[in-house]
Design a protein around this ligand. Structure first.
Ligand SMILES: [Zn+2]
Ligand SMILES: [Zn+2]
Length: 256
């Protein structure tokens, strides 16, 4: 990050997609670091804001427990007392699922977060997981594959229209989707398209293609351990290669 930063004269204002130990279950620690460790790393890099976006509760292996939200909020307050020059947001990476509301955060819980982000993940109940795993390698008959692709696309569009989602995380990842339909829904709902440093399904060509829509982008580390916070070199590389204007990436600015 530091090198790219100097070479391209770009500054990352905030890293709004980071995970912590709250993305874990009894048997599996998915996120490795604590909130304060993510904040410290951001401060080391001169990043002024981070968001804690642990996985939504429907994930079988590493979803947050809604009952732990007060504890997470308290950890953020404690971290802010120690590291006062970083703003830490409490968000969530909600799971997009095949239910009427489209995500795994119930309406009564939405206000407990500063804002929502959401993405599609395998491993959730009502998430079409088995069908999408089977679709890998295209062993599925074409008709069934296209129906699944339509269902996946509708699932994401429903989530975007039914909820106020600030960021669609790693779009087009983990399953087949119709890209234009999803991007149009982001345009209409003012949802940011994430360029994720860990996931590659939004390619340079995709960014070039979808830039014709009236959408804005955000780049994220999707850090699962503190040392990954602010690590967005691959995402910046994609932005530059696609020719996207820096002003369309909400958390990047040119150093003056
Ligand atoms: Zn994710
Ligand atoms: Zn994530």
């Amino acid at each position: 990050m530091a090198n790219l930063d100097i070479v391209n004269n770009l500054k990352l204002i905030g890293d709004y997609h980071t995970h912590t130990i709250y993305s874990s279950s009894k048997i599996y620690k998915h996120g490795k670091g604590r909130i304060i460790e993510n904040a410290k790393r951001a401060r080391e890099l001169g990043i002024s804001e981070i968001a804690i976006t642990d996985h939504g509760p429907a994930h079988r292996f590493y979803g947050i427990k809604i009952s732990e939200l007060p504890k997470i909020r308290k950890d953020i307050e404690e971290a802010n007392k120690i590291i006062q020059d970083i703003k830490i947001h409490l968000s969530v990476e909600a799971n997009i699922i095949d239910t009427p509301s489209g995500i795994d955060i119930e309406e009564k819980d939405i206000d407990k977060f500063d804002y929502l982000t959401a993405g599609y993940h395998l491993g959730c109940e009502s998430g079409q997981t088995m069908k999408n795993i089977i679709s890998y390698g295209r062993f599925m008959p074409r008709g069934r594959y296209e129906r699944l692709r339509s269902n996946n696309t509708n699932m994401v569009i429903r989530a975007l229209y039914q909820n106020d989602i600030r960021v669609l995380t790693h779009p087009f990842d983990k399953a087949p989707f119709y890209k234009d339909e999803i991007v149009k829904a982001c345009e209409e709902n003012h949802t940011l398209i994430e360029i994720n440093n860990r996931h590659n399904n939004l390619t340079v060509d995709d960014i070039y293609e979808i830039a014709k829509y009236n959408i804005k982008f955000i780049i994220s580390s999707d850090a699962h351990r503190p040392r990954e916070v602010g690590k967005v070199g691959l995402a910046i590389d994609k932005v530059l290669k696609s020719g996207l204007e820096i002003s369309r990436v909400v958390n990047l600015e040119r150093r003056s």
